[in-house]
Design a binder for this molecule. Structure first.
Ligand SMILES: Cc1ncc(COP(=O)(O)O)c(C=O)c1O
Length: 474
């Protein structure tokens, strides 16, 4: 007799954090508890989540960007149910599965350039590992260039090209010959490439950590330089792809981008099943899988799992049928423009930048003396604290889920499901406005948040809210 999953969920309702404290990750439980993100979500649909008390939340995080088609997408779910009911064989391994062939064909059709073969993975980082291996094997070089602030995953190879020391610390030694260059700096890239021992430059067209958009023309120039130095130009579209920015790939915002490899993951299966894909050129493929003996020299057991492939086909179809890319452009512009209009009213807002529904709100030091002092104190406590004073009240007071876009940044990131509508945009903007109003009052409830987190993370820190700055102590 199978377990009754509904009964199991109901019986253990609300035990999430106790279970995780005992069996999974108590430190993360403490973090969530400290910032008040310790909710028990029990239902999800499209761009919304519901908690155990029946409260609805607007999800502007989309599971780190895996739900471009929305949570529990009914059409993709139906495809999966239909497939499971068909008793179709999966993971035979010594065969050529039909669904991965069909998905590979569909993915190739969506590329802006000619890429010949698709290697399927189970995650983003596995796609990046694949790209590193393929690049080294194809070029017979070892060097990999990556950008400062890059994020390509956390397994060893991907971590070696992570542009944030916080993630790398304690895990070395990592891969040798990895070179870091500032993102968007073409001269630095040229210098690094001139060593002529670089297999690949792996780059996110828009960086997920911080939503950093490169200067116009950067990707094209980078590609030309790479090809001049016989280095592969590889784009990590794991977060920015699948329609997120209003185009299937973010590289399509520039003309004539012709990458040697494209790495996808996250939303490819609509968030139901882990999946990833690396699209590559024939000559690269031929170097790796160079003989019958080596025809599976790079592979993984679950790599072409039929459920992931079926969900992938259904997701691609859903994005097209429901015009999600068009909606991402329209809603991204609406949201971006409405938020930009707030810049004049709230001095903490430094920059709003976006492509489709990948949007950053960056904060900066305000002008008025009192707020400037409060800002400085918050940053003295911890460089990542200030944006928490935005994300926490957004969740606590307005039921909007957002995230801080990395370590030591004053940026929050919005990557909602691509079907958000005007009502959601208006709701987000009015919620954000209310939080800004509160943050511009010092002392006030938002500053209490900073003080409380500062105190629990750094017990000897001053109490910001009661260290009322006057002109004399500024
Ligand atoms: C641009 C980018 N590359 C790679 C990854 C790693 O993907 P995964 O977490 O599936 O390993 C991520 C995940 O956030 C990402 O945003």
């Amino acid at each position: 007799m199978a377990i009754n999953i509904k009964q199991l969920l109901a019986g253990a309702r609300g035990e999430n954090y106790d279970l995780h404290e005992k069996h999974v990750n108590p430190r993360f439980v403490k973090t969530l508890n400290t910032i008040g993100f310790d909710k028990c979500y029990t239902r999800a649909e499209g761009q919304y989540l519901w908690d155990i008390n029946g409260q609805r939340y607007l999800d502007m995080l989309a599971g780190y960007g895996v739900f471009n088609v929305g949570r529990n997408n009914p059409e993709i779910r139906q495809t999966l149910i239909d497939f499971m009911e068909a008793d179709y064989p999966s993971l035979v391994q010594l065969d050529a599965p039909l669904l991965s062939g069909l998905l590979a064909k569909e993915l190739k059709q969506r590329m802006p350039n000619d890429l010949d073969y698709v290697y399927f993975t189970n995650s983003g980082t596995e796609g990046v590992e694949t790209a590193i291996k393929f690049a080294r094997c194809a070029t017979k070089r070892s060097g990999i260039i990556h950008a400062k602030k890059s994020f390509h995953g956390l397994s060893n190879g991907s971590l070696s090209i992570n542009g944030d020391e916080t993630f790398r610390e304690g895990f070395g030694p990592l891969l040798p010959d990895c070179v870091q260059v500032p993102f968007g700096d073409i001269e630095a890239l040229e210098k690094a490439l001139s060593r002529n021992d670089i297999a690949a430059f792996i780059v996110e067209p828009i960086q997920g950590k911080g939503v950093n958009i490169p200067p116009a023309g950067y990707l094209k120039q980078a590609q030309e330089l790479c090809h001049l130095h016989k280095t592969l130009f590889i784009v990590d579209e794991i977060q920015s792809g699948m329609g997120r920015t209003g185009k299937f790939l973010a590289i399509e915002h520039e003309n004539d981008i012709d990458p040697d490899m494209v790495i996808l993951s996250k939303s490819l299966s609509g968030g139901f099943i882990p999946v990833g894909a690396v699209l590559t050129r024939k000559w690269i493929y031929n170097k790796v899988f160079s003989s019958m003996d080596r025809s599976v020299v790079h592979s993984s057991t679950f790599g072409q799992g039929n459920l992931a492939m079926a969900a992938g086909l259904a997701s691609l179809d859903y994005i097209d049928e429901h015009k999600l890319m068009e909606n991402a452009t329209a809603m991204g512009n609406l949201l971006g423009n409405q938020l930009s209009e707030l810049k004049d009213s709230y001095e903490f807002i430094k920059d709003i930048r976006w492509r489709g529904l990948m949007l950053a709100i960056e904060f900066g030091s305000p002008k008025s003396l009192k707020l400037k002092a409060a800002w400085a104190l918050a940053h003295k406590l911890n460089k990542s604290l200030f944006p928490q004073a935005v994300t926490i009240p957004l969740l606590q007071d307005h039921n909007v889920l957002t995230q801080v876009a990395g370590h030591n940044v004053d940026i929050i990131k919005l990557i909602p499901p691509l079907m958000i509508d005007k009502t959601d945009v208006d709701y987000f903007v009015s919620s954000f406005k209310a939080v800004m109003e509160s943050l511009h009052k010092f002392p006030g409830p938002c500053w209490e948040v900073i003080s409380r987190i500062g105190k629990s993370s750094f017990p000897n820190s001053p109490d910001i809210n009661h260290t009322f700055p006057t002109e004399s102590n500024v």
